[in-house]
Design a protein around this ligand. Structure first.
Ligand code: GDD
Ligand code: MG
Length: 346
């Protein structure tokens, strides 16, 4: 069986001030009328009811959004604190093998856009037909983005069009990313995985035994109430956080990759959202009560007040009830520094 696992623990700080700790980007209707979580849940539900792993703070919002989308989860697995993706995947794997020792996990980030659901489903089928325990989904690496994992493509494996992964490099520095893009032998890791659950547990047992022991305890002592599975706080909090990319994917030598050609994009920043949005002939995207005179290549969004802009070029303006961001669009990766500063100031 394939068990979809939706990861919804991130906070999306580069989309401040819209994305907040209390209401992160995956729960906002940023691309279309449904949130990215809801869109992800639809892709998952086409396969099977998903395990949704999320933080305690978001459990009711998430349950309500899934109810509205008509995509009930198999369970909402609640983390007492965020410990990055490896423990979340490990706990989901432990729960899945209990029911089916042969289970496979389709790990799905909750904050991505996938335009073509049918193409996504075909890529999942292709991954499922690949004789490898650990399968990634690769997207053409078009820019030297340092926030992604890079997959060096190797020999074909199996009949389904998959390739062996020669090497997986998570978040390279800029020079390395530039050489990968120039070389033409790398794809971006989409952050979606098809894992044989037993194999990912074996890898963690070999490489991160402490983490796996704590996850085992957190699952064994979990408190189940209705659809909510509360991982036990004491063992889970003791885990040292790490992503599955660093904990496992960088170290295995028999993983495979299938191409994902489904209009994938990681809505990681305002400029990414701008690229994904409809634009007027001057390259502007205007959302909400906004008036723009003689502006170009700008993303201007208001959740409430009337916003008027004159003569902007390449600027991001986001107005909410209680905060306004004005930023050079080319520097919008630095928006997370604003959030860090605010957090430091308490
Ligand atoms: N449940 C849970 N708990 N989910 C989490 C946690 C956590 O502690 N931390 C992150 N997530 C969720 C995020 O909400 C997101 O949906 C997904 O897991 C991936 O986490 P990110 O923090 O967004 O990872 P990343 O973007 O830095 O890198 C990953 O995705 C890239 C593609 O977007 C990696 O897999 C890269 O290799 C990949 O290129
Ligand atoms: Mg991400």
């Amino acid at each position: 069986s394939i068990v979809p696992v939706i990861l919804s623990g991130g906070n999306g700080t580069r989309l401040w001030p819209l994305s907040r700790e209390t209401y992160p980007k995956q729960l906002l209707p940023l691309v279309g009328p449904e949130s990215m979580l809801q869109q992800t849940a639809r892709r998952a539900a086409a396969i099977a009811p998903p395990l949704v792993v999320c933080s305690d703070a978001h459990r009711f919002l998430i349950a309500e959004q899934l109810r509205q989308a008509g995509t009930p989860p198999a369970a909402l697995v609640i983390e007492p604190v965020g410990r990055n993706t490896a423990p979340a995947v490990a706990c989901a794997a432990l729960m899945a093998v209990e029911r089916d020792p042969q289970a496979r996990l389709l790990v799905m980030p909750s904050d991505h856009r996938v335009r073509d659901g049918a193409a996504f489903a075909r890529a999942v089928e292709q991954a499922a037909a690949t004789p490898a325990d650990l399968v990634c989904f690769g997207v053409p690496a078009t820019r030297p983005h340092t926030g992604y994992g890079y997959i060096e493509l190797g020999e074909p494996v199996g009949e389904a069009g998959a390739r062996r992964i020669v090497r997986f490099t998570e978040k390279p520095d800029m020079a390395t990313a530039e050489s990968f893009v120039a070389g033409g032998r790398h794809a971006w890791n989409a952050g979606i995985f098809l894992f044989r659950a037993g194999r990912i547990l074996d890898e963690l047992a070999a490489r991160r035994p402490e983490m796996l022991d704590l996850c085992r305890a957190a699952v064994a002592q979990a408190r189940v109430d209705l659809d909510f599975v509360r991982l036990a706080p004491e063992p889970f909090t003791a885990i040292t956080g790490e992503s599955i990319d660093y904990a496992v994917m960088e170290h295995v030598d028999d993983a495979a990759v299938v191409a994902l050609d489904a209009g994938w994009s990681d809505i990681g920043s305002w400029s990414a959202l701008h690229e994904e949005s409809d634009q007027d002939p001057s390259g502007n995207t205007l959302v909400g009560d906004v008036l723009a005179i003689d502006c170009r290549d700008s993303y201007v969004r208001s959740e409430k007040p009337l916003v008027a802009t004159v003569g902007l070029a390449g600027v991001t303006v986001i107005a909410t009830d209680d905060a306004v961001l004005v930023a050079d669009a080319s520097r919008d990766q630095e928006v997370k520094a604003v959030v860090a500063l605010l957090q430091a100031q308490g």
